[in-house]
Design a protein around this ligand. Structure first.
Ligand code: NAD
Length: 472
């Protein structure tokens, strides 16, 4: 059924309505209706069909908000979400089933008792989303929350207002309104939400805002999942296929106009390879954008003027040399995919998270130097990419940590919706996607049962203590 649901203009949720919205979601959780697996499945089916039916509105909103092409909108947001719902529907019975415990977890001494782990919903959760994949990064955690049996309030990014309104419209129209709600707004609305008590907060966004959220959550001992950004390195050694590395890394910086938390910020490459690599980069660029990037219908735009100017400043401040791209057009927040050759780790291009289609190339003498440089720039990035021999790639994995890693490609490790994804250290806490989404919103509650007939077997625990009883 294709609805032609009308989408209202973006409107901030009234601040004084927020406590009531949170309280409704909490009250619904206490009715226990969300614990019913059939109810959860019905909500997941409704979410699937909402995304399907509202596809034209979502595609249009993504075009308006981010200049996303239909192709990218479909692949990275709409189909992604439908696949997420389907995966969860296919596996929910199995995920939600009690785990019966036996050996080796249960020692022989206690095997006369029954042991299991119940999968219980955490309760009422808050999901806060960023702007770059405004549909996927808000609704994918929701799939986990629904599957686990939680109620939820969602706060989309105000920087993508059209997408926020489409989601608010279809969630209100299709899902159980007593269990799920959208609050629209920016900092004041998020602060009002943070004044409520949640059973978990799932935040995707920048590290500085993640810090604010985690501090506030700590006041009420509220657990948080943080999906943050990072300055992600790529390593290229003499054993890499340079043409392939150039093409794949350029892809990593053109998807969503480089507004991807996972894409490389900088490339550490052996100094002897720099010229050839730049030639390959420019060849790959020509292949992807035969008429130039600005004329391409496939390349998105920077979300707003503020972020455009932030990226422009990074380019203005660099002491490096532009070796690919470099043009900007403020009238349409366009930034050409741009590579800058730099010679200092203190360069603006190395020090700041780019989160746009610009990245830098930093020549090194050895792989050891590359790894120590990357560890200096950011010890726990969200991702890293290594293009080298098997041994070199293992060395990079061994000597530097990251949330996830892809060998011989840009961020493919995070391009499959069913595989766990998350950061480490200051690029994030916790993971989701696939079963990990269910787990993120679940309390694993251990339950044991002691048969009445077993009293003699465990009498040793009672006072008065007697070592002789231990020999039973
Ligand atoms: P952001 O941190 O500015 O905003 C995220 C959310 O927090 C928005 O909903 C926003 O309204 C809210 N917010 C902003 N400032 C706030 C404040 N002071 N107090 C309370 N709430 C506030 O992030 P963004 O600009 O939307 O997204 C870009 C950042 O997110 C980048 O750093 C990127 O790396 C990161 N990111 C991470 C992932 C991931 O999965 N790890 C995915 C996408 C983006």
């Amino acid at each position: 059924m294709a609805t032609n649901g009308k989408i209202a203009d973006f409107e901030h949720t009234a601040l004084d309505a927020i406590p009531g919205i949170a309280s409704t979601a909490r009250g619904t959780f206490r009715t226990h209706k969300t614990k019913n697996l059939e109810w959860r499945k019905a909500q997941l089916r409704k979410l699937y069909w909402a995304v399907e039916d509202y596809t034209p509105q979502l595609v249009a909103a993504l075009k308006d908000d981010l200049g996303k092409s239909d192709f990218e909108a479909t692949l990275t947001e709409i189909d992604w979400m439908k696949k997420d719902c389907m995966f969860m529907l296919d596996h929910l019975d199995k995920f939600a089933k009690d785990d019966k415990l036996g050996a080796p977890a249960v020692p022989l001494t206690y095997s006369f008792m029954s042991w299991r782990v119940r999968k219980e919903p955490l309760g009422t959760v808050l999901i806060i989303g960023p702007y770059n994949f405004p549909i996927q990064l808000l609704l994918a955690p929701l799939v986990g929350a629904i599957a686990a049996g939680c109620t939820a309030v969602l706060k989309p990014s105000e920087l993508t207002p059209k997408c926020a309104m489409v989601m608010k419209t279809f969630l209100a129209e299709r899902l159980d309104n007593s269990a799920f709600a959208v609050v629209n707004g920016a900092i004041p609305e998020t602060n009002a939400l943070m004044n409520e008590k949640w059973d978990k907060i799932f935040f995707t966004g920048s590290a500085p805002v993640g810090t604010i959220i985690a501090k506030k959550a700590a006041e009420t001992l509220t657990p948080v999942v943080l999906e943050l950004g990072g300055k992600n390195p790529a390593f290229i050694t003499k054993n890499a296929n340079l043409a392939l590395a150039a093409k794949r890394l350029l892809w990593g910086k053109t998807v969503n106009a480089g507004q991807v938390c996972l894409s490389q910020n900088y490339i550490l490459i052996h100094k002897d390879l720099v010229d050839t690599f730049i030639t390959h980069l420019n060849a790959a660029y020509k292949e992807m954008f035969p008429k130039g990037a600005q004329a391409s219908p496939d390349l998105g735009r920077i979300v707003n003027k503020r972020h455009f100017l932030r990226l422009k400043k990074m380019l203005d401040d660099t002491q490096g040399k532009i070796v690919m791209g470099g043009s900007l057009d403020e009238t349409e927040n366009f930034i050409e995919p741009t590579a800058v050759l730099v010679n200092s780790v203190n360069d603006s291009m190395m020090q700041e998270e780019s989160f746009g289609p610009i990245f830098c190339i930093y020549p090194v003498n050895t792989l050891d130097e590359a790894v120590s440089t990357a560890n200096l720039v950011h010890r726990t990035p969200l991702s890293l990419f290594s293009f080298g021999s098997k041994a070199e790639n293992e060395k990079v994995l061994n000597e530097m940590t990251s949330g996830g890693a892809t060998l011989n490609d840009a961020f493919f490790h995070a391009s499959v919706n069913t595989i766990p994804f998350g950061g480490v250290g200051d690029s994030g806490w916790g993971a989701y996607r696939g079963k990990a989404s269910f787990d993120a919103f679940t309390h694993f509650r251990t339950v044991s049962e002691t048969p009445s007939w077993s009293e003699k077997l465990i009498a040793v625990r009672y006072m008065p203590f007697d070592y002789k009883k231990l020999k039973l």
